[in-house]
Design a protein around this ligand. Structure first.
Ligand code: ZN
Length: 466
């Protein structure tokens, strides 16, 4: 164990040294290489002026850029002009997870001049099956730093900025103002509303992706044609609030950690987010972009569908001519849910109906016949469970299934303990029973505080945490 600790510390120091050296190298390269990000912007603006005046544009890409990006410069859609735009573009990727990783890989590969990566979280082993910028050796380090480190090894000619912080209403406008496009690669409703409002208030497009179980979605909100010379400059696409004016009820929202996701699903959607960002940057028109329409990907039957979204709502609370919202809000309060699922800690049962993991372990040793009701889903129960537990998934606790459970509880001679992963669903299930069961049975009903995570932490270290 000492050896592991020592090596982990040494690796941390080496990583930091490597990062500093890479930054130093980037700064030196910037001084000597023509057309690295700091110089690109002026060139692009000048060329826009030239285009307006029908002046012939001279192609000025340096040799290294031509060689490096030749495979995409060959495309008539991109060409030298598109490559210059990409090298002058600044993209903010919010979330360095399943969507953000593949999106950032392709943006870095394409030579997008500046990429900012925001994530407050650390890498853990459950991330690695889909979050392709992180590896086993990155566990417990910041996702933003881990992602930037990997991206730097893909392209050392671009500016990469890690933001190891939680994007919130006090910093989101300021950080995103440094960029041209936002990629929403997050997984929660409050942040979706916040990024939408940032996109409208800062007048920048938002490329929004989501992935859950075997399905993914993708669209562009807040598109403004005024930045595109080739079309009706007044056109504005819908924003997220135009399409979803009110947040969904908290119980209707799923998450990858609770519902699972197949790794390639966010891989597909994140990759397509990068493609839409590239097309947007090189100036493709809205007809070719996912503006006012949403791409739905179903990995079960491998179908891609485009559905039309509601158009811009003339009464939208934020993007209409007379907006009610003119500054960022407290999104967790508005949406009645937390942006960090890890913090969710329900407390809905009275203390006499709760039991700690240690006490439960003692009770199980002392008496037989204890009824353990595990309310997680069937695949979760199959993955790991406490010996002797029975499985009554919370989502099936109604009708006959619920009656069956009530009968089992009434027939049990000893204590009945509800169990789930973190101790929230188990309280909901126990409350459901307590609300209907006769008083004489109520005192034997318990909920395992902190769920199986607490069980693993305080009783059985070999029990998997997932
Ligand atoms: Zn709107």
């Amino acid at each position: 164990m000492d050896d592991i600790d020592r090596l982990e510390k040494e690796i941390l120091v080496l990583r930091q040294t490597l990062q500093n050296k890479e930054k130093e190298l980037f700064e030196i390269k910037k001084k000597f290489s023509p057309l690295l990000p700091s110089k690109i912007e002026k060139e692009v603006i000048n060329q826009d002026e030239c285009a307006k005046n029908n002046v012939k544009i001279s192609n000025k890409l340096p040799r290294w850029a031509i060689e490096r990006y030749s495979r995409q410069i060959l495309l008539p859609e991109i060409g030298v002009r598109g490559q210059e735009k990409l090298m002058g573009a600044k993209v903010l990727v919010v979330g360095a997870g399943g969507l953000g990783c593949p999106a950032a890989v392709y943006l870095a590969g394409a030579g997008v001049g500046e990429i900012g990566i925001v994530d407050y979280d650390q890498v853990d082993v459950t991330n690695i099956h889909r979050q392709i910028l992180h590896s086993e050796s990155d566990q417990n380090i910041s996702k933003a730093l881990s992602a930037v480190e990997s991206l730097r090894s893909i392209n050392s000619n671009i500016k990469l900025t890690p933001y190891n912080i939680e994007l919130n209403p006090s910093n989101a406008l300021e950080i995103s103002a440094n960029y041209d496009v936002i990629l929403d690669c997050t997984d929660n409703v409050p942040t979706r509303y916040m990024l939408n409002d940032v996109s409208v208030l800062n007048k920048m497009p938002l490329i929004s992706g989501s992935a859950l179980k075997m399905e993914g979605q993708l669209t562009i909100y807040g598109y403004r044609a005024e930045t595109n010379l080739n079309q009706d400059k007044k056109y504005e696409g819908p924003c997220y609030r135009c399409v979803f004016p009110t947040p969904p009820p908290p119980e209707a929202v799923g998450s990858c950690s609770a519902n699972g996701v197949a790794g390639p699903i966010p891989g597909v959607i994140g990759t397509l987010q990068a493609l839409e960002a590239i097309k947007l940057i090189i100036g493709q028109t809205r007809d070719n972009l996912l503006v006012g329409k949403m791409l739905l990907f179903d990995g079960d039957d491998m179908s891609f569908r485009n559905v039309k979204l509601r158009p811009k709502n003339p009464k939208c609370e934020i993007c209409s001519d007379n907006p009610k919202i003119t500054a960022l809000l407290n999104y967790e309060a508005v949406c009645r849910m937390l942006s960090k699922e890890k913090d969710l800690d329900l407390n809905i049962l009275p203390s006499e109906n709760r039991i700690t993991a240690v006490r439960l372990a003692e009770a199980l040793k002392a008496t037989n016949g204890h009824l353990l009701v595990d309310v997680r889903s069937e695949p979760e129960f199959e993955m790991c469970n406490i010996d002797g537990a029975v499985n009554y998934p919370l989502e099936k606790l109604h009708g006959n299934h619920f009656d069956l459970l009530l009968n089992e509880i009434k027939g049990s001679c000893c204590q009945v303990t509800f169990i789930c992963r973190r101790g929230n669903d188990s309280q909901i299930a126990a409350k459901k029973v307590l609300d209907v069961i006769e008083d004489e049975y109520k005192e034997k009903i318990r909920d395992l505080t902190g769920g199986l995570h607490a069980w693993s932490k305080y009783v059985d270290g070999a029990f998997p945490i997932y």
